[in-house]
Structures are given as structure tokens and as C-alpha cells.
Design a protein around this ligand. Sequence first.
Ligand code: SIN
Length: 359
Amino acid sequence: MNNSILKKGVLVLFMFVLGLQTQAQTKNITTKALPRVTILATGGTIAGSGESATKAAYTAGKVPIDILLSAVPQIHDLAKVKGEQIAQIGSQDMSVEVWLKLSKRINEIFKENSADAIVITHGTDTMEETATFLDLTVMFDKPVILVGAMRPSTAMSQDGNKNLLDAVMVAASPNSKDKGVVVVMNELVFDGRDVTKTITTSTSTFQSRNFGPIGLVYDGKVSYYYQSLRNPVKKFDVTKTTSLPQVEIIYGYADASPVTVDALLTTNVKGIVYAGMGNGNFNAAVGKSLENASKKGIIVCRSNRAGSGRITLLNEVDDAALGFVVGDDLNPQKSRILLMLSLMETSDRAKIQSNFFKY
Ligand code: SIN
């Protein structure tokens, strides 16, 4: 063997060993660097199961978390994933009790530093309410992502697996810090404060009607474009809370009778959100009953049934004289959550109004 062939052989061997070493190091670094994501499952269509791949009928919240996760093995390339079953319900049955359980568990996980981000699988019907509740009560800046599906896991072209993969991608993205609670659906990232379900059955149901999505998930990448300036300055500590003050929603419409508001006055209700017409308006009969409620110390918050826009203070309605507050751009169901949390701490109207303008 001549000298130059030997030299070449040694060089090739050296490069090969170096390559192996670098590969091992990279793998080590990658494994070490994988963020820890805990998935908290609550049920919903994403865990729904039906008899047929082509029919719409199914039961929400049937499939347990370990089966959901095993259907999307790709998530393990993105994060060290752990799953926990918090509830197994259709989100129509979401309750203050489950919200408190969820919020306490998230605060606990972040406090003991056992995860870098949390993904919550959830039904889509009340996902926007849970997003708002958690946005206001999770005391940490780490990513919290809600995800669901419009088609059950047994359906042809089901959307849950892809949504779950995208949600874990958002959870694992270093850019997702300080975004508050977000909702990931249909390759879009929404601020949990603003997002709402807008179409009864479509996969493109989630929208932020006033401000649009804050980011996109596509081709394995998460790209953020906007960030809300209204993410909560104030957080509500519910770590020791067991119940919330009762707040109900009344819907406004032409020729509405005051009976629903009057019925509430005989209960222990502490707040009423009025889903008013236009800029939160009411007819005379309902207005009188709302005024009576306010005089009894019940906080009346004007919101709107239009689905977008905001309620302006002291324009068509003399809120100061009537003792009403306005929900700003929060829809009725989100206004209810902020009002319940506010009432936990105060019944001072000015302070409650300030919470609505700051959030
Ligand atoms: C639910 O909200 O649990 C049922 C509907 C859905 O998840 O899409």
C-alpha cells in the first residue's frame, strides 16, 4: 500500500469518527433541549368517538388521553410529553369546579417546575371561556395552549391529530413565552382573551373577530405576527378558591319582557351580564328591571349580542346614573368570567369597570 492511500484511509477514518461523535453530541443536546410539555385532557370532540367515519353523530369526551397521544407519535420528536386526565366531558358541561381544578393544577405544575408548557385538550363549545378563565388565573408566563377538534377522532378527515401536533409545536416554540393563554386550531394561533367560536360545525370556526389571529402554524413552523397589549395586568389568585360568585347572562331582543331579570332578583345572583342589542342597548321594560337589580347591589355589566365590536361607556346609556359597568370588547360569556373573578375581590363598581378596561 503506498503512503498516500494510507494517509487517505486514516483521514477518512478520522472524519467518520468525528462525524459519529458530532452526531452523538447533537442528539444529546437535542434530547436535553426538548421542552417538557404536560397535556391535560378534559374531553370534547377531540376525544370524541362515533360509529361511522362518514356520519356526523358521535359522543364527545370518550377517548382517554393515552390513546389520543398514541395517535400522534410525532409529538415526541418535539417535546418530552406527559399526559394527565383532568376531566372527560363534553365542554357544554364545563363548570366553575373544573375550571378551578384545571387552573390549580396548572399553577401547581409550573410552581414545582415540572413542565415548560401546558397543552389542554378541550371541547370547542366553551373553549373560549376556559381560555379567558385561565388567562386571568394562571400566575405564570409559560405557554398554555388550548386545542380541540371539530370532527371526532373516528371521523374521516378528522382534524384533532393535526391540531394536537400543532398545539405541541406551539408549546415547544421558544417564541410562545409571554403570550398568555392561546388557542391553536386550524393552523392558527389565537389570543385566548379574544378568540371565539363563530360557526356551529365548521373546522374554521375559531376567530378573533375584532383583532384576528396572532400567529400561524405551518410546515412545522410557528410564526407570530401580533401580540395583544391587553394581556392581563391583573391576575386573580384562585389557588385556594372553591367557588365563585353567581353571575348570569340575559339576552336582549326586540320587545323582551322583564321576567327573566325579575326572576334573577329573587336569587343569590351577584352579577348580571346583559347581552344587549347594538352598543349594549335594552328596551325600556328590561332597562327598568336592570336598574332595580343595580339598586339592589347586583353588578350589571352591559355586553353585546352582535358578536364583535365593543360597548362604549356613557354614550347611549347613562351608565353612571344607572350604576352599570360595560364589558368593553369582551363578549357576554367572557364578560361573565371577568365579572365572577372581580366579584370575588370587590363589589366596587369603579374597580370592576377598571378591570374591564385593563384586561
Ligand atoms: C364539546 O365542546 O365538547 C363538543 C363540541 C366540540 O368539541 O367540538
